[in-house]
Design a protein around this ligand. Structure first.
Ligand code: SF4
Length: 330
């Protein structure tokens, strides 16, 4: 699949299932407005996976929550399957929620400890009005899909009887059982032992392929994103600073922040330049108002970076970057 770029965000050559245009989210903190997300646009088609990466506080989780309408955008628009869902309420919002499901980060908190697996899986079916006569077949099918078999051996167990990996399979089953077309996974394996992470990621990928789901993965882990996502968006302080095909972006990052992320994280089978200039400080050392938001930490900051905020510009037919160096570094 080839990407097609335009002026309003990541574009896919296929018809997008979900499209966000100019999303913004502002929170009021200590008497002033703080922009958690500013002018984020993206598209994801059925069968595609988009990764959103960045440090804690970069706005990736807020962006994901807006896509799912768990958070109302302060500005911008979200189009899902051809319908503007930005301000949906009531029954229409409930119908959208059945179509767009979240895979929770922490399986140890995601399930009611008093509910059996059967009841945990029946709950979303009840919430979305699926007739009771369909429940048993749906539960059986979804437990097969997440490889908790034979299903009868799992139905009456409670969360405390399951390992972390088994719990996350139930969490995935709960997300899949309403029959969504979009899955958003927020750090889906970060709370799990390394030994079971690949198994959960493979299940997610198999479900995406088999059911033709669109997927959005939120993570700080570039190795994970490289494993499961065709395209990646890097966020810094609420803004997109780079986007492009994942393998290309990791092999040849254009933005100094992406370069630092790639240099800091071991990514299998990718030659990494450990000699990269490290970024300074943390997100709390971010630059003041005006200019590039990354300038306080950037080893390449120039005079223009103080005066003018860079815009997201096309640097190749499939890549965009927001940096005055415009990807000319090598
Ligand atoms: Fe660094 Fe300037 Fe590029 Fe910002 S615009 S990332 S400060 S070089």
């Amino acid at each position: 699949m080839s990407d097609v770029r335009g002026g309003d965000g990541v574009r896919t050559a296929m018809t997008p299932l979900i499209k966000a245009i100019g999303l913004e989210k502002t929170f009021r903190t200590r008497g002033r407005d703080v922009a958690a997300v500013a002018d984020v646009s993206l598209e994801v088609a059925r069968g595609e996976a988009l990764g959103i990466v960045g440090e804690s506080g970069c706005g990736k989780t807020t962006t994901a929550r807006m896509l799912l309408r768990l958070e109302d955008p302060s500005a911008g628009k979200i189009i899902f399957d051809g319908t503007d869902i930005t301000t949906l309420r009531g029954a229409a919002l409930l119908k959208f929620r059945a179509q767009a499901q979240l895979v929770f980060q922490n399986p140890f908190d995601a399930l009611n400890p008093r509910f059996s697996i059967r009841r945990a899986l029946a709950e979303p079916l009840n919430n979305f009005g699926v007739p009771i006569r369909e429940h048993a077949d749906r539960i059986d099918a979804v437990l097969h899909r997440v490889r908790l078999t034979p299903p009868a051996a799992w139905l009456d167990r409670r969360p405390h009887e399951l390992s972390g990996g088994q719990l996350q399979r139930v969490v995935l089953a709960r997300a899949l059982i309403p029959g969504p077309t979009l899955i958003v996974a927020d750090e889906p394996v970060s709370m799990l032992d390394v030994s079971v992470r690949a198994g959960i990621l493979n299940l997610l990928r198999e479900a995406r392929d088999a059911l033709g789901l669109a997927a959005v993965y939120i993570s700080h882990d570039l190795a994970l994103i490289r494993y499961v996502c065709e395209r990646t968006m890097v966020m810094y302080l609420g803004q997109v600073v780079e986007e492009g095909p994942t393998k290309e972006l990791i092999a040849n990052p254009a933005h100094p922040y992406t370069r630092a992320l790639v240099a800091a994280v071991p990514v299998p089978h990718v030659a990494q330049d450990r000699a990269q200039l490290p970024i300074r400080g943390s997100l709390s050392d971010a630059a003041a108002i005006g200019g590039c938001a990354f300038r306080g930490r950037c080893p390449h900051a120039m005079k223009i970076c103080i005066e003018l905020a860079p815009t997201l510009r096309t640097i190749t037919p499939t890549r965009r970057v927001a940096c005055h160096l415009e990807g000319t570094m090598s």
